[in-house]
Design a protein around this ligand. Structure first.
Ligand code: NAP
Length: 265
C-alpha cells in the first residue's frame, strides 16, 4: 500500500483527491495539510465520512510524523514551489497539480530531485481528454499552422492563462517548427491592449473566467476557406482523478522531474 498525503486537502481538488485515494484499494490516505480547517476531519471535508485524520498545519512536520510515500499538491501558485522543495528535502515523491510553476522553477526542482534521489511529477492537466486534445492539436498543427486558444475556467482560478493552454501552445509551436511549416503573418494592430490575447510561442491565448465553468479549452485552427476547432470540457473535478491516481502509482518509476501526463499513458 502506497501511503499518500494530500496538501491542500480541504480545497476543491484536494478533497476530491482524499476521496479518490481513500476509495483505491492499492493506496492508503495518511493525512492532509492546509492553512485553514485545521483540526477538521479530512474525510468529512471530502464527503466520505470520518476518517479519523484531521487537517494539519505545516507540511514539513506532517512529513516527519506521517512518513508518506507520495504527496499530492493541489494548493496555490504562490505556495507550490516551496511545497515541492520541502518534499524533495524530506526525500518524499510529489505529484503536483497546482498550476503556476515557471519553467525556471521546474528546472530548479528537477535538479534538486535528482540530487536528492526523489521523483517530482507535474501535470498541467490530469484529465485524459485534455492530454488527447494536446496530442491531436500537435497532429493538426503542421497542416493548419494558424492557431489560437480559448480557455474557459471558473472565476476562482488564480492564474491566467491556464497551464494547459500554455502547454498546448508550446506543443503546437514545436510541431510547427518540426514540420518547418510557415504561419500566416498577423497584421492586426491592437487599438486596445490585450484585444488579441496573450501570446505564448506566438500563439494567442484568450482566458475567460466566469462562474459556472469548470475547465474548458478550444483550439481553433484556420485555413483557406475552412477552419477546424477541437474542444475539451471537464464538467466535473472527478474527471482529473484517474490521472491523479495513475500518477501517484507511477511517480517513483521516473526519477527526477517529469512534466505531462502523457509520460504515464
Ligand atoms: P482551492 O479550492 O482554492 O484549493 C487550494 C487549497 O490549498 C485551499 O484549501 C487552500 O486553503 C490550500 N492552501 C493554500 N495555501 C496553502 C499552503 N501554503 N499549504 C497548504 N495548503 C494551502 O483550489 P483548487 O480549485 O482545488 O485548485 C488548486 C490548484 O490546482 C490550482 O492551482 C488549480 O489551477 C490547479 N488545478 C489543476 C488541475 C490539473 O489537472 N492539473 C485541475 C484543476 C485545478 P484556503 O482555501 O483555506 O486558503
Amino acid at each position: 500500500m502506497l501511503k499518500v498525503l494530500v496538501n491542500g486537502a480541504d480545497g476543491r481538488m484536494g478533497s476530491q483527491v482524499v476521496k479518490a485515494v481513500h476509495e483505491d484499494t492499492e493506496l492508503e490516505i495518511v493525512g492532509g495539510v492546509s492553512i485553514t480547517h485545521i483540526g477538521e476531519d479530512i474525510g468529512e471535508l471530502a464527503g466520505v465520512g470520518k476518517l479519523g485524520m484531521v487537517v494539519r498545519e505545516g507540511l514539513g512536520v506532517a512529513l516527519d510524523e506521517l512518513k508518506p510515500d507520495v504527496v499530492v499538491d493541489f494548493t496555490i501558485p504562490a505556495a507550490v514551489f516551496e511545497n515541492a522543495k520541502v518534499c524533495i528535502e524530506h526525500h518524499v515523491n510529489i505529484v503536483i497539480g497546482t498550476t503556476g510553476l515557471t519553467a525556471a522553477q521546474r528546472d530548479e526542482l528537477g535538479v534538486l530531485a535528482v540530487k536528492n534521489g526523489t521523483s517530482v511529477f507535474i501535470a498541467p492537466n490530469f484529465s485524459i481528454g485534455a492530454v488527447l486534445m494536446m496530442k491531436v492539436a500537435a497532429e493538426i498543427a503542421p497542416y493548419l499552422p494558424d492557431a489560437e486558444i480559448i480557455e474557459l475556467h471558473h472565476n476562482n482560478k488564480l492564474d491566467a492563462p491556464s497551464g494547459t493552454a500554455i502547454m498546448t501552445a508550446n506543443t503546437i509551436q514545436q510541431a510547427i517548427a518540426a514540420a518547418e511549416t510557415e504561419k500566416s503573418p498577423d497584421r492586426t494592430r491592437e487599438s486596445l491592449e490585450g484585444a488579441r490575447g496573450a501570446k505564448v510561442d506566438g500563439i494567442p491565448i484568450h482566458s475567460v473566467r466566469l462562474p459556472g465553468y469548470v475547465a474548458h479549452q478550444e483550439v481553433l485552427f484556420g485555413g483557406y476557406g475552412e477552419y477546424l476547432t477541437i474542444r475539451h470540457d471537464s464538467v466535473d473535478r472527478k474527471s482529473f482523478m484517474p490521472g491523479v491516481i495513475l500518477s501517484v502509482k507511477k511517480v517513483s518509476s521516473r526519477p527526477g522531474l517529469t512534466f505531462g501526463l502523457e509520460y504515464y499513458l
